[in-house]
Design a protein. Structure first.
Lengths: 233, 257
């Protein structure tokens, strides 16, 4: 109980294992809301994944360039340029590009909405937990502990939501493709392309969740410990 | 202890007391839009190691501001606050966190246990921050929970405990890192009469056992009889300080009425 030593021993830590435990439990105790927050990610990533995997499947089928497949593709309004002359191929290319840029817009918008949704939900969660955060700070938590906890929470939500979104998006697209093109989808299944899309989607979902949580986590960390004393909140 | 020392300690008891919190001309000014509010208007106060001090005063008196000041939760606009001879204003964020973690224990009006953690985990959280291994923390946490009479309820979550039990867990948590000072903010305000008395007695017991200084902001007159000193704050200034001897008379007087 002698005064504060200036040298040595002035360490405050929050081990990662403990941080993970705390944030997982915080998610569990607010399971309902975590689910709603996560569903935003699920939907956005499902959309992203379905667009990407349907692109993969269609381009894989087009590359096969068999007349029976081309017929099916044309029925669905997909250009199968390779059999025709150069001029038409150019036109097809232009149309394809236009389509792709439209897709990009839609994907971008859906991801943006997703980030805003995450940020909104996390801000609510921070406001709800003012006193809890203040208490932690009274117990000696550093700003960085609070940031760590909130970012971890959001990352877990992001990873879980993204995984679910990838699965849903892919399975829906696969189902539709099977209806449209039958067994050819399986015969010429673009496994590598799908896996690559899934990985990109996973990265995108996780990064988005982190971005959405940055501002709320910062706000939480900057809270004054004296907030813990307020009795009316 | 030699006879001479013993004599010395009885004759010059006041001078021998070590100061744990000291404030010098502490002023606090809040700006609420155009209006300036003087929450504190120059408070000088010394709080000694091992004493049980109650701060009383109506709301708006500056009591809370003063309380937060001595607890390292707020910095003065003017003047100095020393906790364990360290000027709080000089500390950076990291050092402040360290001070709160190791030197000060907090007890709140509304208990403020972390809802996702069990009683034991709540008690051991400050120890984790302080760098204890989980074994050390668990042993010490169990010991503290035993002391507050909740040894068997260590695995309960806060919402499975009564208000009085939650406050007991909070007392154990406040003592986790053997702090120099325990700050109790209206610790009995959300408790019924009997439970409140129990918590006050528990605090007094901890104060006697481990010699920890207890500073409590309160409206509760039950607090008076266990306090070594009572400070009344009024209009941002210390209105009156009373020692226990004087208090006993007052309390009996009040009870006699």
């Amino acid at each position: 109980m002698s005064g504060i030593e200036v040298a040595g021993g002035r360490k405050i830590i929050l081990p990662m294992s403990r941080a993970v435990e705390i944030s997982l439990r915080s998610l569990k105790i607010r399971f309902g809301r975590s689910l709603i927050t996560t569903s935003g990610v699920v939907l956005a990533i499902a959309f992203l994944m379905s667009v990407w995997s349907s692109n993969e499947i269609v381009s894989s089928l087009r590359d096969v360039n068999k007349s029976e497949i081309n017929l099916l593709l044309q029925k669905k309004g997909v250009e199968t340029g390779l059999t025709d002359g150069g001029a038409q191929s150019e036109e097809a290319q232009a149309r394809l590009q236009e389509e792709q840029s439209k897709q990009m817009w839609l994907i971008g918008l859906s991801l943006l909405v997703c980030v805003v949704g995450i940020a909104n939900a996390m801000l609510m969660s921070v406001t709800e937990r003012f006193r809890e955060i203040g208490t932690m700070k009274c117990l000696g938590a550093l700003d960085s502990f609070i940031v760590k906890l909130f970012l971890l929470e959001s990352t877990f939500q992001g990873v879980a939501g993204t995984a679910a979104g990838i699965a849903i998006g892919f399975l829906l697209t696969l189902g539709l493709a099977l209806l449209d093109y039958g067994g050819f989808v399986i015969d010429y299944f673009p496994a590598a392309g799908i896996v690559q899309s899934a990985l990109y989607a996973l990265v995108a979902g996780t990064v988005l969740s982190l971005i959405g949580a940055l501002l709320p986590a910062y706000r939480a960390a900057k809270m004054e410990p004296v907030e813990a004393m307020r009795s009316d909140t | 202890m030699s006879q001479a020392q013993e004599q010395a300690s009885t004759t010059v008891e006041m001078e021998e007391q070590r100061t744990v919190v000291r404030t010098q001309q502490v002023k606090k000014l809040y700006k609420m839009g155009e209006i300036e509010v003087h929450a504190l208007r120059g408070v000088d106060m010394e709080i000694y190691t091992g004493e049980y001090l109650s701060i009383m005063g109506p709301s708006g008196s500056g009591k809370s501001t003063f309380f937060n000041m001595v607890g390292g939760l707020d910095k003065p606009s003017e003047g100095k606050v020393y906790i364990d001879e360290v000027d709080v204003a000089q500390l950076d964020a990291y050092e402040l966190a360290w001070l709160r973690c190791r030197k000060i224990g907090y007890i709140f009006q509304s208990f403020n246990l972390i809802p996702v953690m069990t009683a034991l985990e709540n008690v051991t959280l400050p120890m984790v921050f302080a760098g204890l291994t989980s074994d050390e923390a668990r042993d010490k946490g169990m010991e503290l929970l035993g002391k507050v009479g909740l040894g068997e309820r260590y695995a309960h979550k806060p919402n499975e405990l009564s208000g009085g039990q939650q406050q007991r867990v909070a007392v154990a948590r406040a003592l986790a890192n053997d702090p120099a000072v325990v700050l109790a903010d209206e610790p009995t305000a959300n408790l019924d009469l009997r439970t409140g008395t129990e918590i006050i007695e528990l605090l007094r017991e901890m104060n006697k056992d481990s010699g920890v200084t207890i500073i409590s902001a309160t409206h509760d007159h039950k607090m008076l009889s266990v306090s070594d000193r009572v400070v009344w704050v009024k209009d941002g200034q210390v209105d009156r300080v009373a020692n226990r001897e004087d208090l006993d008379i007052e309390v009996t007087h009040v009870e006699g009425e």
